[in-house]
Design a protein around this ligand. Structure first.
Ligand SMILES: NC(=O)c1ccc[n+]([C@@H]2O[C@H](COP(=O)([O-])OP(=O)(O)OC[C@H]3O[C@@H](n4cnc5c(N)ncnc54)[C@H](O)[C@@H]3O)[C@@H](O)[C@H]2O)c1
Length: 438
């Protein structure tokens, strides 16, 4: 590939040198003439392990050079990577001035370039930025139309400073967001020599994944530190705790529990989070992240209540009453909390849960159901279709397989609020389908 890299900072210089090392012909571009001169002299413009040697070798081979001229770089290449800074303003918003400016400069250069050119956003930008800022700036300055005169992709960078060259070579995955298959291909071709899963998705999803990833990394650090602080107070070695914790790759470090949906509940998670918060209080320790877990969970229940209230309808059917499919345990079930809130607001409820119905008659939870929640137990129905008939809003509260089929039997005037994404694919269901957070 012939590729230009705009912005020779941490991301740009590592990318430029690494793509050159993979056999691509790379032109680096920066407004800072010192950085350009440094690269042309075979020196790294930033401090990063191994980068000096990589730049020296590739500058010497002729595969890597730099310029301050946008036009020259755009005309000499087929693909331009944008790696300029997107710093924080004081209020936390992103300063997009560099991004918009570089998009305008690339657009101006495209004005008199006949060949199709792909612009790839590698800088970290919030979802919507490529569509709202980059594409309009390119169209404005080039006088061409996105998809006709030029293409756009998003390719977020996952490297860490200090190990950036190693990370470039060994990324967890390569992510290319695009709207047209033909735009993705040149960006994907850049990575032919990088062994990592290639994931393609939409531009907005790719933008969001970068933020979900970095926020998750920040949350991991903070969580480990809060656990560590509590361990220290309790005279337990936090590193031994977290080393063993991390060996659980089924529940702890895995995709498990990572599906957006309804609040957690059951007999363990709420109780144990509360107990840990209480222990921290006893030893005068603040754990702001862990302390906010239950209120965030409570808020998710409130979101579901708000969604139901917003429908304006008063007859609500609940499919699934226990906190997850396959159990009759109703202790701290968030659906029970939701049902009680709706009853308190005067809603008419009809509930179906096969396991809870059986438990009401024979199970170990019989006493709990009949004594603690008789007001809800009396609303249990024996058939899904009875619930469908008696309700205008259907809330799917757990992922029992029979509920997916039930969605197909809804009426066009039903509103479905799915809390668990029981609808996996997108079959045409008659009702107005809504997900709690999708
Ligand atoms: N630093 C990291 O480890 C890292 C990792 C992943 C993603 N990112 C993201 O990548 C982007 C770049 O980060 P960075 O740390 O490399 O930034 P940086 O500040 O180190 O480098 C940005 C470079 O862009 C240049 N520049 C500004 N306007 C320009 C223009 N119009 N034309 C050409 N060059 C121009 C600047 O002179 C500077 O050299 C940011 O969005 C950042 O959030 C950074």
């Amino acid at each position: 590939m012939n590729v230009s890299v705009f912005g020779l900072g941490y991301v740009g210089s590592v990318s430029a040198a690494s793509f050159a090392a993979d056999g691509h012909t790379v032109v680096g571009v920066d407004v800072n003439a010192d950085k350009v001169a440094s690269l042309n002299e075979g020196r790294s413009p930033i401090v990063e392990k191994g980068l000096d040697a990589l730049i020296r070798d590739n500058a010497a081979s002729g595969r890597l050079r730099a310029t301050t001229s946008t036009a020259e770089a755009v005309h000499a290449t087929d693909l331009s990577l944008i790696c300029v800074g997107t710093p924080s303003r004081k209020n936390g918003s992103l300063d997009l001035a560099y991004l918009e400016r570089v998009a305008e400069q690339i657009g101006e250069a495209l004005r008199d370039k006949d060949a199709y050119h792909v612009v790839c956003v590698r800088s970290t930008v919030l979802p919507g930025t490529t569509h709202d800022v980059v594409i309009p700036a390119l169209e404005r300055a080039s006088g061409k139309k996105y998809g006709a005169g030029f293409g756009v992709t998003v390719n977020p960078e996952f490297l860490r400073e200090g190990t950036a060259i190693h990370d470039f070579r060994n990324p967890p995955l390569t992510l290319v967001g695009h709207n047209y298959r033909s735009d993705a291909e040149p960006t994907q071709a850049l990575y032919a020599k990088v062994e990592a899963p290639m994931i393609t998705t939409s531009i907005r999803t790719a933008e969001m994944i970068k933020y979900a990833s970095n926020t998750w990394h920040a949350l991991k650090v903070t969580f480990a530190n809060e656990v560590g602080n509590l361990c220290k107070r309790l005279k337990i070695d936090s590193h031994e705790v977290m080393d063993i914790f991390c060996r659980d790759e089924k529940l702890n470090l895995s995709a498990y529990y990572m599906k957006p949906g309804f609040a957690f509940g059951g007999s363990c998670l709420p109780k144990d989070v509360r107990a840990m918060q209480y222990r921290a209080k006893e030893v005068d320790l603040e754990m702001p992240v862990i302390q906010s877990i239950l209120s965030s969970n409570q808020l998710q229940i409130q979101h579901a209540i708000d969604e139901i209230v917003d429908t304006g309808k008063k007859r609500v059917g609940l499919l699934g009453f226990s906190f997850k499919a396959g159990t009759d345990d109703l202790r701290e079930s968030p659906i029970v909390i939701l049902a009680e809130a709706l009853l308190g607001k005067g809603y008419q409820l009809c509930i179906y849960d096969r396991n809870v119905s059986i438990a009401r008659l024979v199970g170990a939870n019989k006493d709990y159901i009949n004594k603690q929640i008789p007001h809800l137990s009396s609303l249990l129905s024996e058939s899904i279709d009875e619930v469908l008939d008696a309700s205008d809003v259907i809330v799917v509260g757990n992922a029992a397989p029979e509920f997916e089929d039930a969605l197909m039997r809804t009426r066009p005037d039903h509103i479905i609020l799915d809390l668990v994404r029981v609808k996996k694919e997108r079959p045409r269901i008659p009702a107005d389908y809504r997900g709690i957070c999708w």
